[in-house]
Design a binder for this molecule. Structure first.
Ligand SMILES: CC(C)(COP(=O)(O)OP(=O)(O)OC[C@H]1O[C@@H](n2cnc3c(N)ncnc32)[C@H](O)[C@@H]1OP(=O)(O)O)[C@@H](O)C(=O)NCCC(=O)NCCS
Length: 165
């Protein structure tokens, strides 16, 4: 009898860094993830500039050699960690990669002495609301506030979140 076992892939969170041999390929795969989640090319310029800045603000989730997801976390003018982008390749969604990326960014922000972790999300997406306002604050053991930031360009409600870390 043949039995098959599904093994959770090993997910490794690492810094994206120009000195890594895989840097250019990793960046290519990050842009491929953007295409797959429907973000197109509009943010490619700002994301490329961020990738070449020092220190590089990206964390990537690797499964083997492949980039399965990424998060950007950079210092804003108020000394907080600001997260402009997080995304997981749809083939790997629902496997805990988003949680690992957010928790790693929060942990880094704590180590760096940031006063909070801030970002915006689409308030009409129930899975995002649960992820950002229940799952992550519980796992990271942090309180948070939310604020109405108006609307995204397509009319989706823009909710600002501030994790107090
Ligand atoms: C948001 C996102 C980064 C989460 O990444 P992920 O690797 O799937 O995250 P996880 O596997 O850790 O799952 C996080 C939660 O989302 C849920 N989830 C994941 N994919 C889902 C989907 N397609 N539909 C509904 N819920 C989903 C998981 O069940 C989990 O729920 P929980 O909070 O109850 O535990 C990912 O869905 C994504 O890249 N979305 C498209 C881009 C995007 O919207 N980015 C965020 C902009 S604010």
């Amino acid at each position: 009898m043949i039995t098959t076992t599904t093994v959770n892939p090993t997910i490794v969170i690492e810094n994206l860094a120009q000195e890594n041999e895989s840097f250019h390929n990793d960046l290519k795969e990050i842009f491929e993830i953007n295409t797959q989640v429907g973000w197109g090319r509009f943010n490619r310029g700002s994301m490329t500039r961020r990738a070449y800045s020092d220190p590089c603000p990206y964390l990537v989730a690797k499964v083997g050699e492949a980039v399965a997801g990424y998060i950007i976390s950079e210092k804003n003018y108020e000394g907080q960690a600001y997260i402009p982008f997080i995304a997981t390749n749809p083939d790997f969604q629902g496997q805990g990669i988003g949680k690992k990326l957010m928790l790693a960014a929060i942990e880094n922000a704590r180590k760096d002495g940031r006063t909070g972790v801030v970002f915006k999300y689409r308030g009409n997406k129930d899975h995002l609301k649960k992820f950002y306002t229940e799952t992550i604050p519980t796992l990271a053991k942090c309180t948070f506030t939310t604020e109405d930031h108006g609307k995204f360009m397509n009319g989706d409600p823009k909710v600002g979140v501030n994790y107090e870390i």
